[in-house]
Design a protein around this ligand. Structure first.
Ligand code: 5CA
Length: 154
């Protein structure tokens, strides 16, 4: 198992979550790639996005078929300015490359797109461009300590 995946499994275990990573050699780098590889709808893919709100790296977990509304994230985080970090800054904040950033294991504030709750099961990156894991959205919110709300462009 790739060391990034091991780190994600360990982060889950530390939070009482048993993660069963699944590997898709065809690639799961984007939400569309992941949905096609796994055979689920793109809304069931969790995008783990890092934004910088008032200078603080912040994690937004967004349904794959939604676009994050930066103003809604700022409001949820009680901030005003929102910036999109580059790949190096994402790696500095999370330890993972864009396209493989997992939703858990970071010491960052987390906000969860309520539209993920439409599904019984959603899929998230497990640390690489080919590894993912399934989780119920309720568990996702629990293990991340995330605040659930409306984050999507409507
Ligand atoms: N493995 C899949 C889902 S399981 C995944 O990680 N999807 S993702 O949506 O969370 O990661 C890709 C996202 O990273 C893109 O939606 C985009 O918002 C962001 N991204 C891509 N390139 C850049 C970049 N150069 N700088 C900042 N963010 C980027």
């Amino acid at each position: 198992m790739h060391r990034n995946v091991i780190a994600v499994v360990e982060a889950g275990r530390a939070r009482g979550l048993q993660i069963d990573p699944r590997s898709f050699p065809e690639g799961t780098k984007t939400a569309a790639d992941a949905a096609a590889a796994i055979g689920v709808t793109v809304g069931q893919i969790v995008k783990s996005l890092v934004f910088v709100v008032d200078g603080r790296p912040t994690m937004a977990l967004v349904a794959g078929d939604n676009r994050l509304d930066e103003a809604k994230l700022a409001a949820a985080a009680a901030g005003t300015s929102v910036e999109r970090p580059d790949g190096d800054a994402v790696r500095a904040a999370t330890g993972f490359p864009i396209g493989g950033v997992p939703p858990i294991g970071h010491d960052l504030p987390v906000f969860v797109d309520e539209d993920l709750l439409r599904y019984d099961v959603v899929w998230a990156a497990a640390g690489t461009w080919t590894d993912v894991f399934a989780i119920t959205p309720v568990e996702l919110a629990r293990v991340t300590g995330g605040t659930v709300g409306d984050l999507a462009v409507r």
